[in-house]
Ligand binder design. Structure first.
Ligand SMILES: NC(=O)c1ccc[n+]([C@@H]2O[C@H](COP(=O)([O-])OP(=O)(O)OC[C@H]3O[C@@H](n4cnc5c(N)ncnc54)[C@H](OP(=O)(O)O)[C@@H]3O)[C@@H](O)[C@H]2O)c1
Length: 349
């Protein structure tokens, strides 16, 4: 796990492999790894050898493989990035960990709490780092929003409003396939749930949701509510509406709003804050590549042999909320409890 800079200085570097030629990898994560200060994009694998070869050429990667298993057998690869359909995250994360690779797996980490906990156990047994690739968490604007909420400037938080949605027109898209773990909650609603948990630094205790189901059986639009004691998340997520993407926090003394809250791009962003004491203010935040920050933080944990910023246990707790939301949506909006994680689990690795 080392490389050399242009002037010959030895630097710690993680050698990365990418499992599949997925859009998100090609568009955002592989370029972020290529630019990262502590990583090297070494290899890609695809079900198609030709696709892997073209991808490797595009990114100037040294190696390409016609199967995921062949990449996992490459002893020079330290870590893999897994942007497979959601239903394949469990299988390939466990295979990668058992092959001695560290794993950055796309969101949502898995399809259920039980799957997340199996992945956590595989990470524990292998001694490798496992993290869910929620890139938005690494944007400094999210850190600032968390600080603002924790500082009490908004008073007591009563409500988080969030929305994330757009239209998926292609009926073959993985998001519209139930057997691949599709659906608006799994694809984009999971961001709304995750950001509320981060901002409130708490876990929800009850859920209710109503969904519109596609002919294939996935939720193309879901309106959900999560109770966090006296605070609440109200959100909607969709695969069939115009684009929407924002987060608002409403407290007894003020409120804040983030537009393009999850995918702000690399331009400068802002938080709009209104409080009784200070009136309207705007905090500017420098533009960054949140994907690059994510892969660098992950590689730092790999190189330091430390725990990742977000554990599979954190993902499991988020999945408990998603499971409750789906249970409610299937019973036409009945309020259901969010089942807490078992209390007898070992500490997360
Ligand atoms: N963090 C983010 O910003 C972000 C954004 C979008 C998506 N995602 C997540 O990333 C993952 C991939 O999403 P995507 O939109 O990039 O997907 P995608 O373009 O459809 O790519 C999925 C890839 O998985 C491979 N694959 C293996 N078995 C497959 C099967 N049965 N059906 C379809 N593809 C199969 C294919 O690669 P090969 O043919 O090369 O093997 C395919 O290119 C999902 O978990 C999604 O939630 C994250």
């Amino acid at each position: 796990m080392s490389g050399r800079t242009a002037n010959g200085v030895r630097v710690a570097q993680v050698r990365w492999g990418v499992l599949s030629t997925a859009n998100i990898g090609a568009k955002a994560v592989a370029p972020a790894i290529a630019r990262s200060a502590n990583g090297r994009l070494l290899a890609v694998a695809s079900r198609s050898g030709d696709k892997a070869a073209r991808y490797a050429e595009t990114f100037g990667m040294e190696r390409h493989y016609g199967s995921y298993q062949a990449l996992l057998a490459d002893q020079d690869i330290d870590a893999v990035y897994i942007p497979l359909p959601n239903s394949l995250h469990l299988e390939w994360t466990i295979k990668a960990l058992e092959s001695g690779k560290h794993v950055l797996c796309e969101k949502p980490l898995a399809l259920s709490v039980a799957e997340c906990l199996r992945m956590e156990e595989a990470a524990r047994l292998s001694g490798r780092v496992l993290m869910e690739a929620f890139m938005y968490r690494f944007h400094p604007r999210i850190a600032l929003a968390r600080e603002l909420v924790a500082s009490g400037r908004l008073g007591t938080v009563r409500l988080i409003r969030a929305a994330f949605g757009f239209t998926v027109a292609d009926p073959t898209n993985i998001r519209l396939q139930p057997e691949l773990g599709g659906g608006s909650l799994m694809d984009v609603g999971c961001y709304c749930v995750d950001v509320a948990r981060l901002l409130l630094a708490a876990e929800p205790d009850e859920a209710s949701a109503r969904a519109v189901w596609s002919g294939s059986g996935v939720d193309v639009h879901l309106i959900g509510r999560l109770g966090f004691g006296n605070a609440c998340l109200s959100f909607d997520c969709s695969l069939d509406t115009v684009r929407q993407e924002y987060v608002e926090v409403v407290g007894t003394e003020g409120r804040l709003r983030l537009d393009k809250a999850l995918l702000p791009g690399t331009a400068a962003t802002a938080i709009d804050l209104v409080t009784r004491a200070e009136g309207e203010t705007r905090s500017e935040v420098q533009g960054v590549d949140e994907y690059q920050l994510m892969v660098e933080r992950f590689a730092d944990a790999v190189l330091a042999g430390s725990a990742p910023d977000y554990t599979a246990r954190h993902a499991a707790a988020g999945m408990a909320a998603l499971e409750a939301l789906y249970a409610s949506a299937h019973s036409r909006g009945e309020t259901v409890p969010v089942t807490p994680l078992p209390t007898n689990l070992p500490p997360p690795p």
